[in-house]
Design a protein around this ligand. Sequence first.
Ligand SMILES: [Zn+2]
Length: 281
Amino acid sequence: MAESFEAASGRGSTSPAQVRRLGKNLTGYNGETIDIRAVLTDCASASRDHGWKTEGMIADSDLVLPAFIRSSTNPSSKPVNIYISAGIHGDEPATPLAARQLLRENRWPAFANLWLCPCLNPTGFIANRRENHQGADLNREYLQPQAREIVAHISWLQSQPSMDLCLCLHEDWESHGFYLYELNPDGLPSASERILSEVSGICPIDSSQTIEGRSAANGVIRPTLDPKTRLQWPEALFLIMHKTRLCYTLEAPSDFPLRSRVDALVIAVRTAINCFALSEW
Ligand SMILES: [Zn+2]
């Protein structure tokens, strides 16, 4: 539960020397779970406290899919549009926890317009499984959406402006450390090495040469497949085809302690945003 996670781990207590693989994830994610309703209540409360607007992509009693929006607080600078999503896989609890931590800490650059979806698959978290309550892997539905969550999410995304930077938060139950996917078709300045350098102070980086069947280098995967040749699109491909020219999918290793995964995702988000600001401004 979220409460025991905080009570047991404290805040900001991660030290890389203490971070050891747990050895729990033998056939899937077997680590801590979260009370997603409580986490989303916390997110809503923190967003209200810090002046965010809430939009309900779905707002039924049995299925709530919130999005939080905050406008730039520096009207004299040209705003940068930044989108962050989490919780599309229900067995990746560090991602909505990282969204909550980001909202609570409220440390955003003044020039940023922000869009944050803290949990795209709430029913998956209730069952502690990757898929939603109907067995759908929501992160395969962005070309041909069927699930209500993704139909609503795509419709909402289409009503938002283009984004300068998109960050999709994930976890991988099999990985040996943190890694990321960079989708950057125009060759914009890359933040990947810097992100991984910052994360390496918190948790290990997966240095495998192949991750998830794709060629990787020092924790970075730069997919070269033409999205048009793929029959199923994850969220990141939809974003790169319709909303942005720069997208990172951040993958925390879920066989490591939850506290370090949350901290790793939070620092990865902050570093990506800061690098983008430095390259553009
Ligand atoms: Zn995932």
